[in-house]
Design a binder for this molecule. Structure first.
Ligand SMILES: C[S@@+](CC[C@H](N)C(=O)[O-])C[C@H]1O[C@@H](n2cnc3c(N)ncnc32)[C@H](O)[C@@H]1O
Length: 435
């Protein structure tokens, strides 16, 4: 069936919503994405690609420098830690909140280990590379399919070497954590898998037997260089408070008020932030079974890979809604009916749950925002079963309902819809201010 949205544009479909909000969308093209982080000090310690760039966070801190000299910064979806790392480099105290324990570990290690001696780290890595102790691959994962046998053996050796370190002081504990982060960061590159951005098998990849050893050595070398760099160029940052809290942003709040909330929430319909990291979570012991992973996934902001049972439960819960959400749900349901099939028939409820989750999180973290503080969200809109979903504008509306002023809606770039390539979506920086 030919889609009514072919060659369409989200900016046109957004007009009625913008009119009702009484605000304008401004053009502010800028690089938002993570890619440049792969070579930036500290950010490059992990290879995850769904964040935003360190340069975006830097521009945001610079933009408000006059208003808040050393703002306290919060990211309630801290992921691999771009916001907290960049805030630390600027001497700004910061907090992150993250529900996935693997990502919590990654972001924490990236901010708490800056005082570690690079030489001590390199010596420990040499000992791991020489070790003959073998760990076992996680039993609930299909490691024999994920890795070629000699590669798997080398990974078990690296992990065994790291596990046998028994830290005697805080610095040694940090060394061990850095080595674990280096190990986690090379797993997908050592495997028969690729993450682009979802995890899947690669047909073309050739991984050499000693790849884990080489990649690990290289990663640790980068970490040692970056530690040296931070100690030389950011000596004050070493004293700057950065804390990453493990928990659900619907409930957890930082222990002090913040001036700036800078964040990129999961996109609707987007990535599964648990299954996509199952390899690293399994190897580092952050998930010991598929049941563990599912339990965690059910608490996350919803994605379209969620269990049907959870959505059925949601239908009978008391939940947030507004007229836009109701109208969008109706349109999605009608379109699915007209098509006769869709990858999820419960899509209207999934969309509803996304906004209910986001409202709960915004309502919670807004309470940590000081009067005069700003809440910036980088978010993309969606096209679902031929219905346009202006995620940015709905989040702006929720912000307003929570007492914030919509200060700006800046269109950072255009994106193509995954479902109808000729339809142009956008990525927006939503700027909300507390009066
Ligand atoms: C788009 S990513 C953020 C990426 C981040 N900006 C970075 O630099 O890597 C969204 C993050 O939100 C986390 N998340 C999802 N639901 C959450 C919740 N209810 N509470 C806290 N974190 C959550 C996911 O695990 C994921 O790491």
């Amino acid at each position: 069936m030919r889609s009514t949205k072919r060659n369409g544009r989200a900016d046109e479909d957004a007009w009625p919503y913008l009119r009702e909000l009484g605000v304008k969308l401004t053009n502010a093209p800028q690089p938002i994405q993570f890619q440049p982080n792969t070579s930036a000090p500290v950010h490059r310690w992990s290879p995850y690609v769904q964040g935003f760039s360190a340069s975006f966070v830097q521009r945001t801190l610079d933009r408000y420098r006059e208003e808040y000299e050393h703002p306290v910064v919060l990211d309630p979806f801290v992921g691999s830690g771009t916001v907290v790392v960049q805030a630390k480099m600027n001497g700004c105290p910061s907090y992150g909140i993250e529900l996935n324990p693997l990502l919590h570990f990654i972001a924490s290690v990236k901010v708490k280990t800056w005082g570690t001696s690079p030489q001590r780290l390199l010596r420990a890595a040499d000992a791991v590379l020489a070790s003959e102790v073998f760990a076992e691959a996680p039993s609930f994962l299909k490691s024999e399919r994920h890795f070629r046998p000699p590669v798997l053996r080398n990974l078990e050796r690296l992990k065994g070497g790291i596990d046998s370190i028994e830290p005697h002081d805080e610095e040694e504990q940090h060394v061990k954590e850095l080595l674990l982060l280096a190990f986690a960061s090379i797993l997908v590159d050592s495997s028969n898998l690729k993450r682009s951005p979802c995890l899947g098998y690669s047909r073309t990849k050739i991984v050499e037997d000693d790849a884990p050893l080489r990649l690990f050595q290289q990663k640790v070398q980068h970490m040692a260089e970056d530690l040296q760099f931070c100690q030389t160029f950011y000596p004050l940052a070493l004293e700057t408070k950065s804390e990453v809290l493990l928990g659900n942003s619907m409930e957890v709040r930082p222990p002090e008020s913040c001036d700036l909330i800078i964040t990129s929430p999961p996109y609707m319909n987007g990535l599964d932030y648990v299954m996509n990291y199952k390899i690293e979570m399994g190897w580092l012991g952050f998930g010991r079974s598929h049941r563990d992973l599912k339990r965690l996934k059910d608490q996350m902001v919803v994605c379209d890979n969620v269990s049907k049972g959870l959505i059925r439960e949601f239908e009978h819960s008391s939940r947030y809604t507004n007229p836009w959400i109701e109208q969008i749900k109706e349109s999605i349901a009608e379109n699915i009916e007209r098509r006769g099939s869709y990858r999820r028939r419960d899509m209207p409820e999934i969309v509803h749950k996304y906004f209910d989750d986001m409202q709960k999180i915004m309502r919670n973290v807004v309470q940590a925002l000081r009067p005069g503080g700003r809440f910036l969200l980088v978010v993309g809109d969606s096209l679902i079963a031929d219905t346009y979903v202006p995620t940015d504008l709905i989040l702006a509306r929720i912000g307003r309902e929570l007492g914030l002023r919509i200060e700006g809606l800046e269109k950072a770039r255009e994106r193509r819809s995954g479902q109808i390539r000729s339809y142009r979506l956008r990525e927006t920086v939503v700027i909300l201010k507390r009066g």
